[in-house]
Design a protein around this ligand. Structure first.
Ligand code: MLT
Length: 326
């Protein structure tokens, strides 16, 4: 017959064992209040648009509102630093991308965060092919003429971007290095405002994510010379690939993804990941993302582990491009 003392001891150790596996109460009921999704660029740009499309559906699934907070500056690193330092309770998230969570690493020696050490990957939202765009009255008629013109007028042409380390900056750094030109860079707080300047003819060209370009290309307010992916994009069937247009060396695709501060509980990450996946499987969300040229991640690429691998690979890919061996 077990003594009372030993029975109590057995119950306590059983409870301890169980509680070790049970998620904290906060994670079990998560979310119980509004979530903030930081967007590191100005409203209206590709990261903002993708974030709003996906989080609107996530909020329905989670039963709490998700408020987008546009925090701009320093190519997205101001916001990303803030997100890295936020409480890891699941109520402050960030939509990062190839710029904030890869290209910035080689470009900012004193970057105040590390994409792999200071964040928990949550979910990849969308791949975003890069296009070479120009103001409507830019003289070159096609990519071959663009290359010749930019080389011949390297001192005079300018390229808009969203700050050092942004996608638009990093991808045009690659293009400019292939062409061996150093145009004047014109920074904006996002490619939303940069696109306004391009439409207004105030800047010459830009490398931007397709999500931001499709409406303007379809409206005929800017020129699109090529898309920097192996295949044409279904949303822009008449825009040639860089390979078709004679510049196969320029291949560039960005991506946007949700991250949480390091230490956010696995249960909360799993809840957020499931809501993001549900959004990506929603017919209306898919329609809107695809219309804008996004590449919706295949199921295998939607896990937090797959995003962690992507970040690692992208840092390794962009570091030699942006910080050539001295
Ligand atoms: C934006 O949303 O403005 C872009 O993601 C900025 C960039 O990285 O080019």
């Amino acid at each position: 017959m077990m003594s009372i003392r030993s029975l109590a001891g057995a119950c306590l150790s059983a409870f301890a064992a169980l509680s070790a596996f049970a998620a904290p109460a906060s994670a079990q009921n998560y979310p119980t209040r509004t979530i903030t999704m930081i967007v590191p660029f100005a409203a209206g740009g590709p990261t903002d648009v993708i974030s709003r499309i996906v989080t609107a559906h996530m909020a329905q699934t989670l039963g709490q509102s998700i408020v987008i907070e546009n925090v701009v500056g320093a190519g997205g690193t101001t916001a990303t630093t803030r997100a890295a330092r936020a409480a890891n309770d699941g109520y402050t998230l960030i939509t990062g991308h190839m710029g904030t969570h890869a290209a910035s690493v080689p470009l900012y020696p004193k970057l105040a965060y590390h994409p792999e050490k200071d964040f928990e990957p949550v979910a990849l939202l969308a791949g975003t092919p890069i296009l070479i765009l120009a103001r409507k009255d830019f003289p070159p008629k096609d990519l071959k003429e663009f290359v010749a013109y930019v080389k011949a007028n390297a001192e005079k042409v300018n390229a808009a971007h969203a700050g050092i380390g942004s996608v638009s900056h990093a991808s045009c750094e690659l293009l400019n290095s292939i062409l061996d030109v150093k145009p004047v860079g014109v920074p904006f707080n996002g490619t939303g405002p940069a696109m306004n300047a391009l439409v207004a003819g105030q800047v010459d060209y830009m490398c931007d994510q397709i999500v931001n370009a499709v409406p303007q290309i379809n409206a005929g307010t800017i020129k699109a010379y090529a898309v920097a992916t192996p295949e044409r994009n279904p949303s822009l069937p008449n825009v040639p690939t860089t390979t078709e247009a004679g510049l196969p060396a320029f291949q560039a695709q960005a991506w946007n993804a949700v991250f949480a501060p390091k230490g956010t509980s696995p249960a909360i990450i799993a809840t957020l990941n499931a809501a993001a996946i549900k959004a990506l499987d929603d017919e209306n969300v898919r329609k809107r993302l695809l219309e804008l040229g996004s590449v919706i991640p295949a199921p295998a690429n939607r896990t937090p582990e797959a995003l962690a691998t992507l970040v690692k690979n992208e840092i390794a890919k962009w570091t030699p491009v942006l910080k050539p061996a001295s």
